[in-house]
Ligand binder design. Structure first.
Ligand SMILES: Nc1nc2c(c(=O)[nH]1)N[C@H]1C(S)=C(S)[C@@H](COP(=O)(O)OP(=O)(O)OC[C@H]3O[C@@H](n4cnc5c(=O)[nH]c(N)nc54)[C@H](O)[C@@H]3O)O[C@H]1N2
Ligand SMILES: Nc1nc2c(c(=O)[nH]1)N[C@H]1C(S)=C(S)[C@@H](COP(=O)(O)OP(=O)(O)OC[C@H]3O[C@@H](n4cnc5c(=O)[nH]c(N)nc54)[C@H](O)[C@@H]3O)O[C@H]1N2
Ligand code: SF4
Ligand SMILES: [Mo]
Length: 733
């Protein structure tokens, strides 16, 4: 994959150097890249209406000069791509046939409003559902509030496949530390299921600086990632067994009296229960479960306990059927070791007093539907901490929505507005997702490019890119606020998700639904952004000038801030889980892959790992860009040399992957490497070819989600499905 220099950050820094920026006579704004949740600060230079230079903003407190090729090339090439959709389009002919008619915004918005009202009248408001990536910048909030304005609590976000287990464990435990790693000051970085060199340049540069300073680096990953290579200690566990390692580390920390007595006494609930629980997880037992040497687990525990240590975690231990308890095992260790909210540890999320973040908007009483309606949110009955009124972001349980569309149970879902998410490619079971979309009465999709999801729409709306919009975001890793600001007006007739929501609200008002406005009181994005800033005292003009704003914060002020749990303490023993009849203590549960029976092992002898990040792509994005396809032309699957020779395949051969519970297949190109473990097929995600025949454009062929099921084992808290550790077989093409 890493064939060209384009993939090399240093080379890019040279091309887009400060010198070149200083010599350019043109307008430059200090903005933020929104292509991924790293949110790197950059200086965006525009000449004759086009962004011609992007330079990392070295002063930005969160990213500190980090940037990546997706922001440098992907973002501008997406914005100026000749195939970018720049006008609203209405379907002509059958769904998925690819015939479109350009229409005006007035026609598009009137149609969308009318169709949604018709479905609302025929099937009730709950039959309307939205879909978005998450409450990331304003698009998630805009979508959720728009659905509420129609009377529906139903919207999907893909966090069950992303960071949902981490977020819920964090919330249940009472930590509030998402993204607050203080890598700059740490003495020990514990990196678990995270591949920062591919996924997060800010984190990766900070880790390299920590290494240079002499901090210990520990990586827990079944694959030899770049962070494993630079680590002082690399633990290579079997897939999905990390909880056993964390529990054994705690066993050691407690039995050797290395925990933080004062913090445990003052602020932790259930230490005695936790002590009992971890007693059985000796390093030897965890070694048996995970395949990692007991001595390595002990060394990791010693280094981590000495601290200050920061826990850096990722998707590799999230988004699977034991995700929450795996995270609980590490999160409780962060607490008892005293690494919470200290210099060099894991900071709690800081924000300026008076500032409102996106998730808080979702939970404000003035924007809520009546509780008896919110309780009907799809999935709230099975996963109440995830979906519905008490849910993390109040969103639905996605696989249950897909089933509701297809079966009408618990009630019909007949119209959808999908924006900022490419669900045909990124949800497991592509065939089923397509079937669901095709069966809808009405589907509207907001997008930049014609994607396999947009192909099934009745109406396609053209979206602004991160070079054309204004947004505010709280960066926990700064901590700071940062701003995205437009480098130029939107091309063509592209509009923001916020604008679209506002226009639909106007139409609802005109049609006699005056209550709709109460869910969306802001007339402009600027007004909304000022609402977020509230009385924080942060000056909007200064924010625009610098691109970021720092604010003062204190560490470890526990008596002032407290913890948002029922006991007011960090809940090692979770009263919330206990009340739901779930295990209140962290545990290790074997995932479907590790608990296989013999028959399954014979038929599906390998384990599939999906989602390894590629530097040139953001999920399914940028597949239309020539540079990216040159860097990474095809979907690859890593196989260990022994596995490859057992199968009789070599690098560049194509193979088919089939998993134990989905009849679909995925075609992938082999890369033989000892970076990955024996018996594992390690691949990425998000593949489709824009040039392949539509409407799927390869999404049923080379997209790994075509081979996965969304109906398998689920995490009991988040309802997350296994997207790795799944028994699979490998067939020749
Ligand atoms: N270039 C690029 N960057 C991205 C993205 C992108 O698409 N492209 N996507 C962004 C998004 S939304 C996300 S969620 C993040 C995800 O990025 P990360 O959080 O880094 O997650 P992954 O790349 O899925 O996996 C990280 C590591 O977990 C390992 N792993 C897999 N299974 C296990 C296991 O059972 N135990 C342990 N300990 N490790 C395991 C994998 O081998 C991999 O090296 O990346 C973000 N950054
Ligand atoms: N098997 C498997 N499946 C996975 C994963 C995995 O590891 N394995 N990873 C999961 C993870 S972590 C994630 S985060 C998801 C990602 O899933 P998606 O969010 O579906 O992934 P993207 O390809 O980023 O799709 C975003 C779409 O929104 C459009 N878009 C981008 N910016 C904007 C905007 O500002 N407004 C609007 N309206 N549209 C915009 C893009 O053009 C693109 O079509 O996939 C999940 N699916
Ligand atoms: S890591 Fe890359 S894509 Fe993500 S915000 Fe930074 S520059 Fe943009
Ligand atoms: Mo994600």
């Amino acid at each position: 994959m890493a064939k060209t220099q384009v993939n090399d950050l240093d080379a890019i820094f040279k091309i887009f150097s400060y010198d070149r920026y200083m010599k350019t006579k043109s307008t430059t704004v200090a903005s933020t890249c929104w292509e991924c949740s790293t949110h790197c600060g950059g200086l965006f230079t525009t000449e004759q209406g086009r962004v011609t230079g992007i330079t990392p903003n070295i002063k930005h407190p969160a990213s500190r000069g980090a940037f990546c090729v997706k922001g440098l090339r992907g973002l501008p090439e997406l914005t100026y791509h000749p195939d970018r959709i720049l006008r609203p389009m209405r379907r002509k002919g059958k769904r998925g046939q690819g015939n479109w008619q350009t229409i005006t915004w007035d026609e598009a918005l009137d149609e969308m409003c009318e169709k949604f009202l018709t479905v609302q009248k025929n099937y009730g408001p709950l039959s309307l559902c939205g879909a978005v990536s998450n409450a990331h910048f304003s698009r998630g909030v805009s979508l959720a509030l728009l659905m509420r304005a129609f009377g529906s609590p139903n919207w999907m976000m893909n966090q069950d496949l992303c960071g949902g287990c981490r977020a819920l464990s964090d919330k249940i435990t009472g930590l509030n530390i998402n993204n607050g790693e203080d890598i700059e000051n740490t003495q020990c970085a514990l990196i678990v299921g995270r591949n920062p060199s591919a996924a997060d340049p800010t984190q990766w540069l900070a880790i390299k600086r920590a290494k240079k300073r002499g901090a210990k680096i520990i990586t827990i990953d079944p694959a030899r990632t770049q962070s494993a290579v630079i680590s002082d200690l690399w633990l290579q566990p079997k897939l999905g067994t990390d909880a056993s390692i964390a529990l054994a580390m705690m066993n050691w920390i407690i039995s050797k009296d290395l925990y933080d007595h004062k913090f445990v006494k003052d602020w932790c609930h259930g230490f005695q229960d936790l002590t009992e629980r971890v007693r059985e997880y000796t390093p030897e037992m965890a070694a048996q479960i995970s395949g990692v040497k007991a001595q390595d687990i002990i060394t990791a525990a010693q280094w981590y306990a000495k601290g200050p240590s920061t826990f850096i975690s990722g998707h590799g231990i999230d988004a699977f059927s034991a995700g929450v308890q795996t995270y609980r095992s590490f999160h409780t260790m962060v607490a008892i070791s005293g690494n919470l909210d200290r210099v060099g540890g894991n900071r709690r999320i800081k924000k300026p007093a008076g500032f409102t973040n996106y998730i808080e908007v979702l939970h404000k009483p003035e924007f809520r539907l009546p509780i008896e309606i919110e309780e009907k949110t799809i999935g709230a009955d099975r996963f109440p901490l995830w979906a519905g009124p008490k849910g993390w972001q109040t969103a639905c349980h996605n696989p249950s929505v897909i089933n509701a569309v297809l079966t009408g149970k618990p009630y019909p879902v007949r119209a959808m507005y999908v924006t900022g998410v490419n669900i045909v490619v990124t949800y497991p079971n592509t065939k089923k997702t397509i079937r669901a979309l095709k069966s809808l009465d009405y589907l509207c999709v907001g997008t930049h490019m014609m994607t396999p999801t947009a192909e099934f729409a009745d109406l396609v709306l053209p979206k602004t890119t991160g070079l054309e919009d204004e947004e505010i975001s709280l960066e926990a890793n700064g901590p700071c606020l940062s701003v995205v600001q437009p480098s130029h007006p939107p091309l063509g007739e592209a509009r923001s998700d916020f604008w679209i929501a506002g226009e639909i609200i106007k139409r609802l008002e005109r049609r006699g639904h005056e209550q709709a406005r109460s869910f969306f009181p802001w007339k402009t994005k600027r007004e909304f952004n000022k609402y977020l800033l509230g009385d924080s005292g942060i000056n909007y003009d200064n924010l625009l000038k610098k691109g970021y704003s720092r604010f003062n914060y204190e560490l470890g002020n526990f008596s002032q801030d407290g913890f948002r749990t029922s006991t007011g303490k960090i809940e090692l023993f979770s009263e919330t889980l206990n009340a739901l009849g779930l295990d209140p203590l962290p545990n290790f549960t074997a995932t479907s892959g590790n608990a296989r029976n013999r028959e399954l092992i014979e038929q599906f002898p390998f384990l599939l790992l999906t989602g390894a990040r590629e530097k040139a792509y953001h999920h399914s994005r940028f597949r239309e860009q020539a540079w990216a396809r040159k860097v990474a032309p095809d979907p690859w699957v890593q196989l260990h040399p022994d596995t490859a020779s057992h199968l009789g395949v070599k690098t560049d051969d194509w193979i088919l992957i089939e998993t134990c519970d989905n009849p679909g297949k995925c075609r992938l190109k082999v890369k033989v490497t000892d970076e990955t473990m024996k018996g594992i097929a390690r691949t990425g995600m998000g593949w489709w070819y824009p040039e392949a025949p539509g409407p799927e454009h390869g999404a049923l062929d080379i997209n790994v989600n075509a081979a996965l099921s969304y109906d398998g084992p689920k995490d009991p808290v988040t309802g997350s499905s296994d997207i790795r550790g799944i028994p699979c077989r490998i067939l020749p093409v």
